[in-house]
Unconditional design. Structure first.
Length: 91
C-alpha cells in the first residue's frame, strides 16, 4: 500500500476466512478482526487482487502469490486487516 493513503479504523468487527481451510468442511472457517486500514482506491495498492464474489463478499489477496485473504471490499472502500499484513517503515 502506498504511504499516507490508508485511514486507521478500530473496533469494527468483520470476519475473514482463515488462511487455510479443511477440504471436507461444509462451511468456510472464519476468524474475526477488528482493526483495519481503509483505502478508497484499489490502485493505491501494489500487487493486490480482488476476488470474485463468494457468498456476496469480495476479498483482497496478493495478486502475485494469491496469499490471503487479508482484506475485504466493502462498498467503495477496501479494508485491510492489520493482523494479516506486515507494516514496513522506511528509514
Amino acid at each position: 500500500m502506498s504511504e499516507n493513503v490508508g485511514t486507521f479504523l478500530d473496533e469494527y468487527e468483520l470476519q475473514l476466512p482463515t488462511e487455510t481451510q479443511q477440504k471436507l468442511a461444509k462451511e468456510t472457517a472464519k476468524e474475526p478482526f477488528s482493526q483495519w486500514w481503509i483505502v478508497g482506491d484499489v490502485f493505491h495498492f501494489d500487487n493486490v487482487g480482488v476476488t470474485r464474489s463468494h457468498e456476496g463478499v469480495q476479498y483482497l489477496c496478493c495478486s502475485e502469490c494469491e496469499l490471503g485473504p487479508f482484506g475485504i471490499k466493502e462498498g467503495d472502500r477496501y479494508l485491510v486487516a492489520l493482523d494479516r499484513v506486515k507494516h514496513l517503515v522506511k528509514e
